[in-house]
Design a protein around this ligand. Sequence first.
Ligand SMILES: CC(C)(COP(=O)(O)OP(=O)(O)OC[C@H]1O[C@@H](n2cnc3c(N)ncnc32)[C@H](O)[C@@H]1OP(=O)(O)O)[C@@H](O)C(=O)NCCC(=O)NCCS
Length: 199
Amino acid sequence: MSSESSPRKAAASPSRARRTSRYNGGVPFTVRDFQTADFDTLWRIDQDCFPPGISYSRTELKVYMRRRGSFTLVAADAARAATADPDLGTNKNYSPPLASTDGAAAGFIVAEADGRSHGHIITIDVVAAARRFGVGSLLLRAAENRLRIAECRSVELETAVDNVSALSFYKRHGYSVFKTFPRYYSNGVDALVLNKELI
Ligand SMILES: CC(C)(COP(=O)(O)OP(=O)(O)OC[C@H]1O[C@@H](n2cnc3c(N)ncnc32)[C@H](O)[C@@H]1OP(=O)(O)O)[C@@H](O)C(=O)NCCC(=O)NCCS
């Protein structure tokens, strides 16, 4: 979902949120705010999630994360928290991915509130080994809640027309396609622009 004008691309709530997904009986993750020490891990996750040319350079990712109104949330391994809290679900089929060893980050979302009631998901990235366990859903819901707090009435995002898993994911979360950007990506692929009313 990358372009210079409108990026590929999702919190003022307690610094550490913890939620249980309705998918798969719960996932062993918490959602928390980005910390500076996360940056390299998140950048590497983005490199793994998108092909060269579509994935962000370090500079691009930093710019998007630092834009006015922008925020980054991280899904982190909550194994210890799960031990302490029997209400937090765990998925026995999940093994923490290698990419999570330095801080247990399994995914992240960058979003922004534009100050005019509109939110924008800049990127959402989940490591391959942690997909389909509800991590993306936790991140997206947390970001949507943060946007609501910022008084955003709607949120939009771009995704490639051939990103079948992302389109299925967003449809599941109530997003609808409302326009197309021809040849939006550097590899010539069109982008679909999707939106959702938040309130
Ligand atoms: C899209 C992405 C963020 C989804 O993350 P995730 O943690 O796997 O998503 P969830 O487990 O919360 O999935 C929720 C629902 O989305 C849909 N979904 C997610 N991945 C899917 C896939 N590969 N195929 C079909 N449906 C899918 C399903 O309805 C799923 O519910 P289910 O597992 O009960 O069937 C993840 O696949 C990813 O990081 N992809 C690479 C980066 C990317 O393309 N980002 C989006 C564009 S910016």
